[in-house]
Design a protein around this ligand. Structure first.
Ligand code: OXD
Ligand code: MN
Length: 587
């Protein structure tokens, strides 16, 4: 494989620092993959599964202290602290390089260093970016082979453009006290040490495609977002493309692979991406999106033929499972998959029965699979121009207050809906689960710069679009007084998408409320759902009293950014307060 001189120099310097026993350059070929899987199986880094039921599939058990993203150990290392903003951890770049060099020093002794070139986005596309990850984890190298266009194709693009993101990764001793995920936007560099977990260690994903790319996007007039991309085809064959931002583990993969309910004959959902979107304005005044990734790193628990048949079918071959349970016949299991086994080995490899009182699979256990294996795969994934986006959805997990769906009045108001998004925390990050926190644009852990500037960039982007996408807020997770979900979710979410598409086409019926445009119950196709009238009313209600409480916490959030908060966000906040105060409270 042809190499590139600044790449070779950097690899040599990294090898001098980390002192591996050998250096292996990955070319992304099928033979190489087979060889590396064999090596991982012999080393015990991967366990073989039932070849008949799950051909080409393997299981990885991570260190139990290393099972989720560690936001508290993730840093933006730009020269000025205020440029990282109040929602990021910041470290002085010189201090970060010093501190992490000491941990990288000799960390690969006795190990192999893999050099993994990868391409994000379709080859030759204006969206495409090259990265190279140096890692001492075979598991990481194999995951990168599924999650990105890896090897030769990236080297070709690198030779054409000369630019690449440098990602240095070592598991080191997996000690959480010596674990850091550091981003240096000014150097186009990522250093991650002490973790082998996906979001911390697959540097293409959150580190490059979101944190560094968000900084580049601001400089160059585009957006890097934590969003799925889908094409929704109606019975006439018309496909409408939508993007959706949802915090981690809030059903993005399920929505990206939605299977229409019985009633929606002739409808189809095409998956372009399930986690990350890069969006650029095009000469026609619209926003176009590509998915920079090539695979899914999806949450396993809850995935079944019922909840997500496309994912369940996709993971029957050539899949790497992480921290799921293994049944006696060496097939896999997790909570929410049909038929609980009477015994199995849990995610730590310990004997488990349903009486064990603990989940068998880790709540953040994952599958890694090539996007082509999803039956819903959209060939538009490979379109170098991306797909034109008609609507952007902001969704989150909220038991109360937020209705099932509503539409922003315009782009600026839509930006405000994204900026004030809040959600209950999930197992995708370490920390308490189920606590409501502000998660603007579902980007709280992923924005590589000051979020106030990020909101300003969004406002500005709208000004550069003559046909901006419409913006919607959705919430599939509203609960009734009995604590149960009011909305059935999953495939039935298409009923909401149908209204959204109608709105984009200028035909959907809506009523104006202080928070935005809401569908009247009659505007949603609810036929065949056993939804009581009171549940429907509650799902589509706006209670000014509840929103009054939300206003206060919104204000505190906006104040955190001081002078840097764009005036437009305060204008939207005050306008919302005014609209709410002129409404009679709902009894
Ligand atoms: C993910 C996450 O893995 O958001 O996609 O944590
Ligand atoms: Mn994600």
């Amino acid at each position: 494989m042809e190499t590139h001189s600044s790449l070779s120099t950097w690899v040599e310097e990294s090898a001098q620092l980390c002192e591996p026993d050998r250096v292996v350059w990955c070319d992304g070929s099928r033979e190489e993959r087979e060889r590396l899987i064999e090596q991982a199986l012999s080393a015990g880094e991967l366990l073989g599964l039932n070849e008949h039921e799950l051909p080409g599939c393997t299981l990885h058990r991570s260190n139990p202290n290393d099972v989720a993203r560690t936001e508290g150990l993730t840093f933006i290392c730009c020269p000025k602290k205020e440029d990282a903003g109040p929602t990021n951890n910041w470290m002085d770049p010189a201090e970060a390089y010093r501190r992490l060099s000491a941990i990288f020093d000799g960390s690969m002794r006795g190990r192999t260093m893999y050099v993994v070139p990868f391409l994000m986005g379709p080859p030759g596309s204006v969206f495409a970016k090259v990265g190279v990850e140096i890692t001492d984890s075979l598991y990481v190298a194999l995951n990168m082979g599924l999650m990105t266009r890896m090897g030769r194709v990236a080297m070709e693009q690198l030779n054409a453009s000369g630019e690449f993101t440098r990602g240095l990764h070592s598991r080191a001793d997996l000690n959480p006290d010596r674990r850091y995920i550091c981003h240096f936007p000014q150097d186009n560099t990522i250093w991650s040490v002490g973790s082998g977990y996906g979001g911390n260690a697959l540097l293409s994903k959150k580190c490059l495609a979101l944190r560094l790319a968000s900084v580049l996007g601001r400089e160059q007039g585009w957006l890097a977002e934590h969003m799925l991309i889908v094409g929704v085809e109606d019975p006439s064959g018309k496909i409408t493309y939508l993007c959706g931002a949802f915090p981690s583990a809030c059903g993005k993969t399920n929505l990206a692979m939605l299977v229409p309910p019985e009633r929606f004959k002739g409808w189809r959902v095409w998956t372009v991406g399930d986690d990350i979107a890069w969006l650029r304005p095009a000469p026609d005044g619209r926003l176009y999106a590509v998915n920079p990734e090539a695979g899914f790193f999806g949450v396993a628990p809850g995935t079944s033929m019922k909840s997500n048949p496309n994912a369940a079918l996709a993971v029957r071959r050539n899949t790497i499972f992480t921290n799921v349970a293994m049944k006696p016949d060496r097939t896999v299991w997790w909570e929410g998959l049909e038929d609980s086994p009477s015994e199995c080995l849990n995610w730590k490899g310990q004997y488990w029965t349903p009486q064990s009182g603990q989940p068998a699979a880790h709540p953040n256990s994952r599958f890694t699979v090539d996007i082509h294996q999803a039956p819903s795969y959209s060939p538009e994934w490979d379109n170098p121009n991306g797909v034109p986006i008609s609507a952007i959805l902001f969704g989150s997990r909220r038991a109360s207050v937020v209705p099932l769906v509503y539409e922003a009045f315009n782009w600026q108001h839509g930006t405000f809906l994204g900026a004030t998004l809040s959600s209950e925390t999930t197992a995708a990050a370490t920390g308490q689960v189920g606590v409501v926190r502000r998660d603007p644009f579902a980007m709280l852990p992923f924005c590589g710069y000051n979020m106030a500037d990020y909101f300003g960039h969004w406002v500005q982007m709208g000004k550069n679009l003559s046909q901006p996408p419409r913006v919607f807020r959705v919430n599939w997770f509203r609960r009734g007084a009995d604590g149960k979900f009011l909305w059935p979710g999953f495939g039935e979410n298409l009923r909401v998408l149908q209204w959204i598409i109608q709105r984009c086409d200028g035909v959907g019926e809506a009523r104006e409320t202080p928070i935005g445009f809401l569908p009247r119950p009659s505007a949603l196709d609810l036929e065949g759902l056993e939804l009581s009238q009171s549940a429907t009313e509650e799902l589509l209600s706006v209670n000014p009293l509840h929103w009054g409480g939300a206003l206060e916490s919104q204000q505190q959030f906006l104040e955190k950014f001081g002078e840097r908060m764009p005036r437009e966000m305060w204008d939207e906040h005050h306008a919302l307060a005014k609209r709410l105060s002129s409404q009679p409270p709902v009894p």
